[in-house]
Write a protein that binds this ligand. Structure first.
Ligand code: FUL
Ligand code: CA
Length: 497
């Protein structure tokens, strides 16, 4: 049977498509959405941005040697987490607000936390659980059950394996990746560490090996294998391709922080620190920064650091200088020799999760705003789109605008606490300078916050001030500015009406 499509039906289908493609709550079919500016995030990067904060777990034979870099000579029997409890890890990490977990499936010491068929240096050769244990498998399962995403760290540098430094090792490394990316469900991130080469056990030869990390790993081939096996996995390394290192391990990304980077200038281990911290304005690719930091001074558990677990205040400061600057935060929590999260870390993480909930518990309701005024408003992209709680809808200006102010007059004065701003990054990152003013009881406009970039989110604590009206001014933007959210929060104790 032949199907005939009426021209009228075709026209109305096209009209519906045209409206839905604008990605905004514009009522008029004629409203034209701004064109994307510069590189834009892929679907896998957008999903990654939504996560904002996840945990890192450093755990292997190194945990039992009280060092940070295992030499590669530990016997598999040294790995003996008698109380291994991934359920406890996941419960605590979830309570802390983590959206995923990345595990060191293999760190520099080369010991594999899963029973790899490609080496005898793994849990399969440990007396722990008679060689039947699989840390990767059990954690992946617990994470999935709790609704947390799972990622893997597979150290390119392997201080145990005899093949390290030869082409055979690259086949081995890819074979291991293949095991990890096919046996443990969906993987949201593959972490490629930049630390490479040096002394090690190397099959008992105990020598120093150097490699040229610009050429040795042939990352392009490995990355295409990852794409093929796990298309939604973001690949992290110093310079991407999907997510970049922030250039330090202390818990902050630069300000400004551009998600764009001149990616082709980078090779793992040869990164330009300034670009890692700040990105490159007008950069060629979308490669957002990830901030990696440990809850303790070291990446692995050391009893001597039990009194050095970061405070809730410090963790909150880190949150503001990472997630609050448009980056994702990967917070390392090292399990003890027993295979549990230490009670001090656990209490700190739970308190941090509660503090985060409290921090953003009192949003200024849209109905508290009497009027919205924008110095420029693109047809169909109204200012009040910043207050509808929907990341997809946004306030836009006309194409030739680079500076704009949004004024919100409040029904009655409110005390402020903090602020969240978001750009609709599907259309690229644009804003590079802004400030916020409050109209005080005395009738003066007082500047209460200034900032550079916004990107997927910008968080700012605000001074204690009673505001009758609020102004957000974008003072500089590389293309017409767009904002999908301007959300003020009141002090946590205050109830909103
Ligand atoms: C570094 C490694 O050398 C550390 O041991 C740790 O894994 C950290 C996250 O990355 O490059
Ligand atoms: Ca919105």
């Amino acid at each position: 049977m032949k199907h005939h499509t009426s021209p009228l039906l075709l026209l109305s289908v096209l009209a519906v498509l045209a409206i839905s493609c604008t990605g905004a709550t514009n009522k008029s079919a004629k409203a034209e959405a701004p064109a994307p500016y510069g590189p834009i995030p892929t679907a896998r990067q957008l999903a990654w941005h939504d996560m904002q904060m996840y945990a890192f777990i450093h755990f292997t034979t190194t945990t039992y040697r009280d060092v940070e870099w295992g030499y590669g000579d530990a016997s598999p029997d040294e790995f003996n987490p008698t109380h291994f409890n991934p359920h406890q890890w996941v419960e605590i990490l979830k309570a802390a607000g983590m959206k995923g977990i990345v595990l060191t499936a293999k760190h520099h010491d080369g010991f594999c936390l899963w029973p790899s068929a490609l080496t005898d240096y793994s849990v399969a050769n440990s007396s722990w659980r008679d060689g039947k244990g699989d840390v990767v498998g059990e954690l992946a399962k617990e994470a999935a059950q709790a609704g947390l995403k799972f990622g893997v760290y597979l150290s390119p540098w392997d201080r145990h394996d005899l093949r390290y430094g030869t082409p055979d090792y690259i086949d081995y490394f890819r074979g291991q990746l293949k095991e990890l990316l096919t046996q443990y469900g969906p993987i949201f991130e593959v972490w490629q560490d930049g630390a490479n080469g040096g002394d090690g056990y190397y099959g008992g030869l105990c020598e120093r090996r150097t490699i040229d990390n610009r050429t040795y790993y042939d990352w392009a081939t490995t990355d295409s294998l990852i794409r093929q096996l796990q298309p939604m996995a973001c690949i992290f390394s110093d310079g991407g391709p999907d997510t970049r290192w922030c250039g330090n391990e202390s818990g902050s990304v630069g300000d400004p922080n551009w998600a764009t980077l001149n990616r082709d200038k980078f090779a793992p281990g040869h990164a330009n620190g300034n670009s890692l911290q700040h990105g490159d304005v007008g950069g060629t690719h979308w490669v957002p920064a990830e901030v990696d930091v440990s809850i303790r001074p070291g990446w692995f558990y050391h009893e001597r650091e039990d009194d050095k677990v970061k405070s809730v205040e410090k963790l909150m400061e880190i949150y503001y200088t990472s997630v609050g600057r448009g980056s994702n935060l990967i917070l390392n929590v090292p399990p003890t020799k027993d295979g549990v999260i230490h009670p001090i870390d656990s209490a700190r993480l739970i308190a941090f999760g509660e503090a985060l909930k409290k921090e953003f518990s009192q949003p200024l309701q849209a109905k508290a705003v009497k009027s919205w005024k924008a110095t420029n408003q693109r047809k169909g992209f109204a200012a009040r789109n910043v207050a509808d709680g929907d990341k997809q809808t946004y306030w836009a200006t006309d194409d030739d605008i680079r500076e704009a102010t949004l004024t919100m007059t409040l029904r009655k004065p409110v005390s402020l606490y903090c602020l969240r701003l978001r750009e609709p990054i599907k259309l690229g990152q644009r804003i590079d300078n802004f400030h916020v003013e409050a109209l005080t009881a005395e009738g003066n406009w007082e500047t209460i916050a200034t900032g550079t970039t916004i990107g997927p989110q910008r968080l700012l604590r605000l001074p204690e001030v009673e505001a009758k009206a609020l102004k957000v001014t974008v003072s500089s933007s590389v293309a017409c500015p767009l904002l999908s959210e301007v959300q003020f929060f009141l002090p946590p104790e205050t109830a909103t009406e």
